[in-house]
Design a protein around this ligand. Structure first.
Ligand SMILES: [Cu+2]
Length: 511
């Protein structure tokens, strides 16, 4: 079924036309009441603003961040952000129709300065199927810009805002159905640098989490589409950093050198989940909680990033290694993709982190006085074993039990070739019943079961030349002992019981 398209009020001829086309094409259409976005014409800017220098914003694709702003005054910043609907990889062999700001998920990173007056252009690519808009949490005003930017495919909207509050803000699409637009990847970060700037660091990166709802299960190949019921139930198939499984791992890992300071601008687009952001093996030296402008906390292990919220974390990397970024709701990291890497290279500092120093045998309670108890237990076991061997009734029962278990193994594993009566198949599978070859050497039989057999073999005067597969991966040592005991005491064969110790001895001898 087609996803219902929700349209704003039919107050322009364009919208009425669009609605008519959609209805005729058979799409279920509903009409929202949210967005009366009449065009007001350009704002008349006061002299003071008109006198500000004009600059084009530098936008970057994740995980890159535009360079810090060095100017010490406000500017008129022009931003062009393009919405594009694109099929891209979400996991190996899996594709998804992402809706993007700037062609990436998350969208382009925008960096401006407190006090800047921004002329914002939202361009919706002509190939788009639906209208979009943008709600920037950095904007003070109706809908954060959403009510001024509702933009049909092939159209461009413009509005102006003043960056009154510094901080790290999420932007996202607010076109209905909003969870679907966000769930398709329509979010990103805008940093409004405080007038005084942020403390300088060696490296800055852009990481943004999002939850994704696909019709197919995690990893199911092919082109996947948005699954509305899963989204409503908040049961994502994927939880990702930067829009795809592996976007920040392996060759895509973030990098740094020992001794450098690293700053992560972390956002959470949601639409639904809250992130428990953690870097395994690192501690955040400074945390600008919720993307605000005060260092709210220092020395933090895991920081919460709300859906539609952000955090800035700084840390120095003191030792080399691979540090893994996770949502510490760990099933998301290990089963849904929320995993990234920071690879730090440089010299070791073995005082800060030594690496594994010792690998020694640990006997637990047996280590000290436990050793006494263990020895006594072993003595008692040995005494029981001797007593059992001496007692024919028990020995016989033990043998019967082993035969029974051996028969089970035989009927599951050997019988397909050697047949239930152990007679084998002429010229193909040699017999085990009365096999002179087998009865001649019990250790060799154990070895054949473990390692398989090939090449010519003569059994009771008949030569076979075929292959038996090794079974050491399939059977436990106990099962080998049981099945050998079984074949040595069935179909008229006579032999002693084979024990686990026998099997282990053969294993170690033939290594
Ligand atoms: Cu949208």
């Amino acid at each position: 079924m087609n996803t219902p398209i929700i349209l704003p009020p039919l107050n322009t001829w364009f919208r009425r036309g669009l609605a008519a086309v959609l209805v005729l094409a058979g799409w279920p259409v509903t009409f929202a009441v949210e967005l009366p976005s009449e065009v007001k014409g350009p704002v008349l800017l006061p002299r003071a603003v008109l006198d500000l220098p004009v600059e084009q914003a530098i936008l970057t694709a994740p995980p890159q961040v535009p360079p810090p702003i060095t100017r010490k005054h406000a500017a008129r910043v022009v931003i062009h952000l393009e919405v594009k609907e694109e099929i891209m990889r979400i996991a190996d062999g899996v594709e998804y129709t992402f809706w993007t700001y700037g062609g990436t998920v998350p969208g382009s990173f925008i960096r401006i300065r407190e006090g800047d007056v921004v002329e914002f252009h939202l361009n919706n690519h002509p190939s788009s199927k639906v209208p979009h808009n943008i709600d920037l949490h950095a904007v003070t005003g109706s809908g954060g810009g959403a009510s001024s930017t509702f933009t049909a495919p092939g159209h461009s909207s413009q509005f102006t805002f003043k960056a009154l509050n510094p901080g790290l803000y999420v932007y996202h699409c607010a076109t209905a159905p909003v969870p679907m637009h966000i769930g398709n990847g329509m979010y990103g970060l805008i940093l409004v640098e405080p007038a005084a700037g942020l403390p300088p660091v060696d490296r800055e990166y852009y990481v943004m989490q999002g939850d994704f709802y696909t019709t197919g299960a995690y990893g199911e190949p092919g082109l996947q589409t948005f699954d509305t019921p899963r989204s409503i139930d908040e049961r994502p198939t994927y939880v990702l950093f930067n829009g795809s499984v592996g976007a920040l791992t392996g060759d895509n890992a973030l990098t740094a050198n020992v001794g450098e300071t690293v700053r992560l601008y972390v956002g959470n687009g949601g639409p639904n989940l809250v992130s428990s952001f953690h870097v395994i093996g690192e501690i955040f030296d400074k945390v600008w909680l919720e993307g605000g402008t005060r260092i709210a906390q220092e020395n933090v292990q895991t920081t919460l990033v709300p859906a539609g919220g952000s955090v800035i974390v700084d840390f120095k990397v003191e030792v080399p290694g691979t540090f893994v970024l996770v949502d510490h709701s760990l099933s998301r990291a290990f089963n849904k993709g929320a995993l990234g890497m920071l690879k730090v290279s440089g010299p070791e500092d073995r005082v800060i982190y030594s690496g594994k120093e010792v690998d020694a045998v640990y006997l637990g309670s047996q280590a000290e006085d436990g050793a006494q108890a263990a020895r006594r237990q072993a003595e008692i076991k040995a005494a029981i074993a001797t007593e059992m061997k001496a007692n024919p009734a028990i020995a016989n029962l033990t043998m019967q039990a082993q035969m029974e278990k051996g028969r089970q193994v035989y009927m599951q594993t050997c019988f397909a070739c050697h047949l239930a009566d152990g007679k084998g198949i002429p010229n193909v599978f040699p017999p085990l019943a009365g096999s002179d070859y087998m009865l001649e050497d019990r250790d060799r039989t154990v070895r054949i079961v473990l390692k398989g057999m090939s090449g010519p073999v003569t059994v009771n005067g008949v030569t076979y030349n075929s292959v038996m597969p090794p079974l050491n991966e399939v059977l436990t040592d106990q099962q080998v002992a049981d099945v050998v005991t079984y074949i040595y005491n069935s179909w008229g064969n006579q032999g002693a019981a084979t024990t686990v110790d026998d099997v282990r001895r053969v294993k170690s001898e033939s290594r």
